[in-house]
Design a protein around this ligand. Sequence first.
Ligand code: FAD
Length: 317
Amino acid sequence: MKITDHIKKANGQTLFSFEIVPPVKGKSIQELYKNIDPLMEFKPPFIDVTTSREEYIYKEKDGLLDKKLTRTRPGTLGICASLKHKYNVDTVPHVLCGGFTKEETEYLLVDCQYLEIENVMALRGDARKEEKYFTPTKGGHQYATELVKQIQDINEGNYLHDTIEASDLSSFCIGVAGYPEKHMEAPSLQSDLKRLKEKVDLGADYVVTQMFFDNQKFFAFVEAARAMGINVPIIPGIKPIAVKNHLQLLPQVFRVDIPQDLIDAVEACKTNQDVRKVGVEWAIQQSRELREYGVPVLHYYSMGKSDNVEAIAKELF
Ligand code: FAD
């Protein structure tokens, strides 16, 4: 079922969902199941599966370093198919501009249709680790807007090199990213919101936000988006802080601010377990307030271990 239909069906009740990251190449999927199993009792209507950018690795060969481009966490679509059938849940593969040609994206979407995956998250992807700025892959897209358009074209039977008048065309429900504290490259929040509006005008059906720790920023973002005519559901993304160095890492990687109260509470922790507890408590408070505000879904970034997301869900769902 489409995410937008799940939201309609919930009739104002806030749903629970989460995002997972594929394991590194060579690891068994069983570890992933072990983390997901305890979360299924909270009945997520959908689970997102991220896609990672390719990266350079260096191998010694004849005394020289050989540089090879590889993906350490492939398997997004396989995991989506596997979770969908194991748990009877909708899965949302993240589809990236970076690292893929338009043809590869088309084939990926054809596979999604055969697997009866009805939702996709359309993202540009970050710059590769060694790049300062995002560079589009040769034959690929530069911005998520172009990817949204390609998906929407396919929904209308307009493939890259052929037009198909099929009776069962795909009708992908398209999610896109939004940034309550603006995307790191955007010159202003207003200009970033204009770009978000372009994605929605081209066919995006819902928005999932970057993590944030101060709900006021989310509320202001939603209001500014509505004022601009962005009327699709906006789903907040929530990340419980899990280790002390998140205080440096999350602002650096995601350009988000951390409120002083949360910083003080984390810094006062003596053990990792204490930090996880503080992260869970903060996320519970954030989630309660967001639910009262009427968000359609509370979407958690579970990354690896899911015990903290489980503790949050136990309090709320
Ligand atoms: P875009 O919407 O293309 O925007 C990128 C930047 O370009 C913004 O600053 C925007 O303002 C600007 N812009 C847009 N259009 C134009 C234009 N025409 N001219 C000039 N500027 C323009 N990354 C991954 O690698 N894998 C994932 O699985 C993944 N999942 C994510 C899930 C969520 C919910 C979120 C919020 C992010 C996720 N990301 C993921 C990170 C995302 O790929 C990065 O934040 C990336 O840098 C931007 O992606 P985007 O889709 O927002 O890009």
